[in-house]
Design a protein around this ligand. Structure first.
Ligand code: NDP
Length: 330
């Protein structure tokens, strides 16, 4: 068996030296437990936060210990009622080839619904994040103009499509390459998209949203947030999902310099955690799974093979190497 441990905490951007890939014995399932051979691991931006020692909404990873995270695998040994050898389960003990866990920590997946790894992307945590953030947190409604940053990523690519399906007047996305921008416009149906590296976001957003923005779904923070505030209409709403442009920052970053506009524009800005919206999962799946099956929602994955390459996959995720969900296949 192989596992990936946190070797050291990064200062600024993480590097491969922060990880150790270690060979270990295959663990054994104890009484009532299952042994899972993982087939898919998820690497996610929030893991950057857990590599630091600072307290947050999830405990930091411990140096010298395996990094955990979302994973899917096949049950190869079961001492648990209700879970059989051969079942495919979703669980939280990623970054290892083999995991022993109590059945309470595993959800058996129906492989008929979609390729199982979709439960780590469009039908999983990132999908629910998009759904909850757009509808529950930002209260997006028909006729809104919606801007989403990180638009070609796992969360952002779904935000834009859900907004279109719910009758947005105009959907605008930003992403970090010409190919991603093309994908958003030509394959996902965004009305406008731009590469934030080409010119200041403020200028590109003004051009893309001549009538302003009603809902901004923030995955990036920083310059994007400031530009969105500038473009926001009166009574606009900002759902703050992530601020990935700041995750490697070593100094506190300045607030949006135009925050005072919150008064005259009477806009709302609300942060959220997907974990607080778990009750929406059945509704989300009822609505979104059929759309995915019918091809009305497009999703893609960037797949990296082999647990040895999981650290590199994570570094690539942070620097935009993915379109759609970044996954590691074992
Ligand atoms: P993505 O698939 O979007 O991958 C991250 C992307 O961020 C990269 O592909 C890259 O794309 C972009 N990026 C990296 N650095 C920058 C930068 N400096 N400026 C602009 N874009 C950058 O990841 P997810 O869909 O999983 O997550 C998206 C966001 O949602 C993250 O901020 C994450 O932390 C947050 N999140 C929050 C949750 C919550 O409960 N609040 C739950 C899940 C995710 P590009 O090429 O476009 O730069």
């Amino acid at each position: 068996a192989t596992e990936v441990r946190l070797a050291s905490r990064p200062e600024g951007a993480p590097t491969l030296d922060n990880f150790d890939v270690v060979e270990v014995d295959v663990p054994k399932a104890g009484p009532g437990q299952i042994l899972v051979r993982n087939t898919w691991l998820s690497v996610d931006p929030y893991m950057r936060g857990r590599m630091s020692a600072a307290k947050s909404y999830v405990a930091p990873f411990e140096v010298g210990k395996v990094m955990d995270g979302g994973a899917i695998g096949e049950v190869i040994e079961s001492n648990a009622d209700g879970i059989s050898v051969g079942d495919v389960v979703l669980h939280g003990l990623g970054w290892r080839t083999h995991a022993v866990l109590d059945p309470a920590g595993a959800r058996v997946l129906d492989p008929e619904v979609a390729p199982v790894q979709a439960h780590l992307s469009v039908l999983g945590m990132p999908g629910l994040t998009a759904y909850a953030g757009l509808f529950d947190v930002a209260g997006m409604k028909e006729g809104d103009t919606v801007f989403v940053s990180g638009a070609a990523g796992a969360v952002g690519s779904l935000v834009g499509q859900l907004a279109k399906l719910r009758g947005a007047k105009r959907v605008i996305g930003s992403a970090g390459s010409a190919e991603k921008v093309r994908w958003l416009r030509e394959e996902l149906g965004f009305d406008a998209a731009f590469n934030y590296k080409d010119a200041p976001v403020r200028e590109q957003l003004r051009e893309a949203a001549p009538d302003g923005v009603d809902v901004y779904f923030d995955n990036v923070g920083g310059e994007h947030l400031e530009a969105a505030i500038g473009a926001l209409n009166v009574h606009g709403r900002i759902a703050v999902c992530g601020m990935i442009s700041q995750y490697n920052a070593t100094e506190p970053t300045p607030a949006p310099r135009n925050l005072a506009q919150i008064i005259a524009k009477r806009f709302t800005m609300r942060g959220f955690l997907v974990g607080d919206h778990a009750h929406l999962r059945p509704k989300f799946l009822d609505e979104v799974a059929p759309l995915v099956r019918e091809g009305k929602i497009v999703y893609t994955e960037t797949v990296v093979d082999g647990i040895q390459r999981a650290p590199q996959a994570f570094l690539d995720l942070l620097s935009g190497g993915n379109t759609g969900k970044m996954l590691v296949r074992l």
